[in-house]
Design a protein around this ligand. Structure first.
Ligand SMILES: [Zn+2]
Length: 374
């Protein structure tokens, strides 16, 4: 579970570092072992500053997404930084395509702003060196770049990095920002599932190209990025498909009409036995005039102490609950149960109690639907 560590908190958003950074540090140390001299003095300082700068640029990119999402009332659960890039995990995507578009654009825009702000510093680099740059990219093994001083290298690298990050992310392939932008633009003209299908297809095609290219170049890091894009694209498509599938159901598709009524004055030991042996794990609790008074759930029963078994149901009953209607959308109810941590909800039609929605049934139902969209 703990595959990352939290290094900071910005605007209440946990910033986490993926464990694979350890591999990168190990790799740098491995590279450095044959020639420690290489890492000494000014060069070490500039290397450190460069790594830090890359890190901060990626973090600012993700904060751009988070900032825009926040403007639309969407919280960011966490920002994960890994060696192959960052990821802002939002609690949900804004439903309106226009908002998704701006959330997706906000990241690359941050890098463009950073690059543009750094442009004036290029005046420090002598003009004839800048003129040699295209030559360097035409022949990276030529030593032109090495004749640049460390600070010159840093500033050129900073500008290029930010332009490249922005450009790379704008490639219209899921799950890159460009894929989201494309999907948002398509969603304005067609349904979201169809738009996702197109963006996913492009994402997978692009990922396949990267993998093929990386194999031909023996570039394993590029191969990993390609595979990552491929898998993420498929996952996003399945998620959207599942989401749209679940949206087509309502509470009555999952409603359980037969349920055991338990009463406030019943002995807990009786209920515990029923809970252990029966298939029902969450219960509605009534008083003797058949008025619904609350719920008794599996987590509460699991935590209870055996000495409490002489007590009555009333001592453990949870009186906060909400009721739902049978025509309520299933997705809405699932979200409600997740957010409020409800295990069971009574289902009404007008005044009449029709049955219950039990979280165990919900999980089973979602699992079945997942198998359908595989
Ligand atoms: Zn992004």
């Amino acid at each position: 579970m703990h595959t990352s560590i939290q290094i900071a908190k910005i605007w209440g958003i946990p910033i986490r570092l993926h464990w694979t950074f350890v591999l990168v540090i190990g790799w740098l140390v491995y590279l450095g072992i044959p020639d420690w001299q290489y890492f000494r003095g000014q060069r070490a300082i500039w290397m450190f500053i460069s790594v830090l700068a890359v890190f901060i640029c990626i973090l600012l990119h993700e904060l751009g997404h988070a900032f825009m999402a926040r403007r639309y009332g969407v919280q960011t659960l966490q920002i994960m930084l890994s060696p192959i890039g960052g990821q802002a995990i939002l609690e949900r995507m804004p439903k309106q395509p226009r908002k998704e578009l701006f959330v997706a654009l906000a990241g690359p825009i941050v890098n463009v702003i950073l690059a543009v702000c750094a442009l004036p510093f290029l005046y420090w680099v002598p003009a004839e060196k800048l003129a040699h740059l295209p030559q360097f990219f035409g022949n990276p093994n030529g030593n032109t770049f090495l004749r640049l001083d460390m600070d010159e290298r840093f500033i050129i690298g900073f500008v290029l990095l930010n332009f490249l990050v922005a450009l790379f992310n704008l490639i219209p392939a899921f799950p890159l920002d460009g894929g989201r932008i494309l999907r948002a633009l398509l969603s304005m003209r067609m349904n979201k599932l169809g738009a996702t299908r197109i963006a996913t297809f492009l994402g997978q095609g692009f990922a396949a190209l990267i993998v093929l290219f990386s194999v031909s170049q023996y570039n394993w890091l590029m191969g990993v990025i390609g595979l990552f894009i491929f898998i993420s694209a498929s996952m996003e498509y399945r998620y959207v498909k599942l989401d749209s599938r679940l949206h087509s159901f309502s509470v009555q598709d999952i409603l359980r009409p037969r349920f055991t009524r338990i009463y406030l004055d019943q002995n807990l030991s009786e209920i515990v036995q029923q809970w252990r042996e029966g298939s029902e794990k969450n219960f509605l609790v009534f008083d003797r005039s058949e008025q619904l008074k609350g719920v008794l759930t599996s987590p509460v029963l699991m935590e209870h102490h055996p000495s409490e078994e002489e007590e009555r149901v009333a001592s453990l009953v949870i009186s906060e609950y909400e009721s739902v209607a049978k025509e309520d959308n299933l997705m809405k109810v699932i979200r409600l149960m997740q957010e409020e941590d409800y295990e069971i909800l009574p289902v009404y039609e007008g005044e009449e109690l029709l049955g219950v929605v039990d979280w165990n049934d919900v999980e089973h139902f979602v699992r079945l639907q997942k198998e359908q969209v595989r």
